[in-house]
Design a protein around this ligand. Structure first.
Ligand SMILES: CC(C)(COP(=O)(O)OP(=O)(O)OC[C@H]1O[C@@H](n2cnc3c(N)ncnc32)[C@H](O)[C@@H]1OP(=O)(O)O)[C@@H](O)C(=O)NCCC(=O)NCCS
Length: 178
């Protein structure tokens, strides 16, 4: 069992690509079992994601900020997001904490820290999309004040799926969470 006191939130760099990919694939298999096709989850390839993360994090101007939660023996979660060019809003594209490190406050810390970085880049509001069937994540976002504002159909991951957008009109409400 992990302890929150043993964790730090850090900005991820290219050297974290392999660990991010491990968390990415493990967290997807933990989270989406029964929600996404098992064949899709089974074919997820850590090496492929490691190369993608490395390429993204080595870019001269990375499109996304990527924060990672680091425990004594490695990464246990991450959050990525970006500001949108068209207005003063931000989107968190991905937030994952491994099952062994959930319910310790790490998800809140990752989201709050990301909101602070995105606010510093000019964002005044924040949105993220969640799979409709991901009830625990929806409960978490609602607990932190997110409001469901839109729905869309996404094609990919071996099928077609509905997602809901959660919105925080004032990014400060997230940024000030500890
Ligand atoms: C969803 C997730 C990010 C939440 O992170 P976490 O570290 O487990 O949650 P935290 O411990 O930070 O919880 C923060 C607060 O939310 C509350 N909370 C957590 N899950 C909740 C739920 N399902 N319903 C209501 N409240 C919830 C906690 O009780 C806590 O409340 P408090 O601040 O008043 O004490 C994490 O569980 C996760 O990665 N899940 C799998 C991946 C996933 O679904 N990601 C989202 C994809 S869009």
């Amino acid at each position: 069992m992990e302890r929150l006191d043993d964790m730090v939130i850090v900005a991820a760099g290219p050297g974290d690509a392999g660990a991010l990919a491990e968390v990415h694939v493990t967290a997807w298999r933990e989270t989406y079992r029964g929600l996404l096709p098992s064949a899709y989850l089974a074919q997820m390839n850590t090496g492929l994601y490691a190369r993608r993360w490395r390429r993204q994090l080595m870019a001269a101007r990375p499109p996304e900020i990527v924060l990672a939660a680091e425990a004594r023996d490695g990464l246990v979660g991450y959050c990525a997001g970006q500001t949108r060019g068209d207005d003063a809003s931000a989107e968190v594209s991905t937030l994952y904490v491994l099952q062994t490190a959930q319910k310790l406050g790490l998800g809140r810390r990752l989201l709050a820290a990301s909101a602070r970085v995105l606010r510093a880049r000019g964002a005044g509001s924040l949105t993220l999309w969640v799979l409709n069937g991901n009830t625990p994540a929806r409960g978490f976002y609602e607990h932190l004040g997110g409001v469901a504002v839109a729905e869309r159909v996404v094609r990919g991951w071996g099928g077609g799926f509905r997602e809901t957008a959660y919105h925080w009109a004032d990014i400060d409400s997230l940024a000030r969470l500890a």
